[in-house]
Design a protein around this ligand. Structure first.
Ligand code: SAM
Ligand code: SF4
Length: 333
């Protein structure tokens, strides 16, 4: 009775209802950010192992139609390096979900409008520094100008809001917190500072490299007074409003103030492994079901079983924390 399934929320053992699906459309990337990938030696998945657009659409349809998922975010790796991405976006936009994407922005100058017309509604662009030399050190690519042009192109294409993701690492770019906040105010985009998480491929993460939310907010407020906005619900960012009316700024405090209690997110890797947390150590293979002729019920059952294992929260701050054996780019950030 395909298509006749009643909708039932996906509820995890702690009563959290899953509403948000993050899909990595590729593990590949045109950058090599130091907090994400090693300089050399990334081994990419063979193309045959990556989900096809039809497979991504099928899993997405099940999440939306059977389980009431309301938001889908495309990520990677770098989603824009996946060939024919606008085609996938227009297929997914037919599902009527809030469709968003996280990108490094390097190619948006040429593609923002096409992505928007294909049905992408929201966009987050990563930008950790405003200095060209530091940008090159942090991403191992000389692309700052292209990313800045990409941000302008996203605003011009009508994405609203455009958000900027800035990962802050102590001793690397923490001296730019106020400058990045100023950039957001001037460009009319919301900067969201992200605490550095232990998901770097090189394993150099250490607690003292994390700049916590309190410190970030304090440093901004010294220059641009702030007022905290009402609680975030399931959204990962805590948000503040500039008292002079020049917009808002956010912080994602994954390390110092984990928001796991409100988490409504699950993830699908580029090769079709389903994960219930960025830091999960278990994965559930959806591709294998699809490629061995399994039906939608079989997929739905595995998804339900997986959500039944979603844990209360990650353990970054505990000694028993186990690093997942994949980096952010392989999981899909
Ligand atoms: N390539 C795209 C990009 O960079 O925006 C999308 C994928 S990337 C893995 C998603 C987000 O994760 C980016 O904003 C990136 O800055 C962030 N990120 C990557 N590694 C991180 C880490 N170790 N800690 C915190 N954020 C990280
Ligand atoms: Fe690529 Fe994004 Fe990872 Fe940077 S953070 S290496 S842009 S996937």
């Amino acid at each position: 009775m395909a298509g006749e399934q009643a909708r039932a929320d996906l509820v995890d053992p702690f009563g959290r209802v899953i509403r948000d699906l993050r899909i990595s459309v590729t593990d590949r990337c045109n950058f090599r950010c130091t907090y994400c990938m090693p300089a050399e030696g990334m081994e990419w998945l063979p193309r045959s192992e990556v989900l096809t657009f039809e497979e991504i659409h099928r899993v997405s349809r099940i999440f939306v139609e059977r389980f009431g998922v309301e938001g889908i975010r495309l990520t990677g790796g770098e989603p824009t390096v996946r060939a024919h991405l606008p085609m996938l976006i227009s297929q997914l936009s037919g599902l009527g979900v809030d469709l968003a994407m996280t990108t490094n922005g390097a190619t948006l100058r040429n593609s923002a409008e096409e992505l928007r017309s294909a049905g992408l509604r929201r966009i987050n662009i990563s930008l950790d520094t405003l200095h060209a030399d530091r940008f090159e050190q942090m991403t191992r690519r000389n692309e700052l100008e292209n990313v800045l042009a990409g941000i302008d192109a996203a605003v011009a294409a009508g994405f609203s809001p455009v958000k900027i993701n800035a990962v802050i690492e102590r001793g690397v770019n923490d001296d730019e917190i106020v400058d990045l906040a100023r950039f957001g105010r001037e460009r009319g985009v919301e900067v969201r500072f992200i605490e550095f998480m232990p998901l770097d491929a090189t394993g150099h993460w250490a607690n003292d490299r994390v700049v916590g939310q309190d410190e970030i907010v304090e440093r901004i407020a010294e220059v641009f007074p702030l007022e905290q906005m009402p609680a975030r619900g399931a959204a990962p960012a805590d948000r503040w409003r500039y008292l002079d009316g020049a917009g808002t700024v956010g912080v994602i405090p994954s390390v110092t103030k984990p928001f796991c209690g409100d988490c409504d997110r699950v993830r699908l890797t580029a090769e079709g492994q389903f994960r219930t947390c960025l830091f999960a150590t278990d994965e559930f293979d959806l591709r294998e079901i699809m490629r061995s002729g399994g039906d939608d019920d079989a997929l739905a059952e595995r998804i339900i079983a997986a959500v039944g294992t979603k844990w209360a929260g990650h353990q970054i701050n505990r000694v028993e924390f186990i690093r997942p054996n994949r980096s952010m780019s392989q999981i899909g950030g």
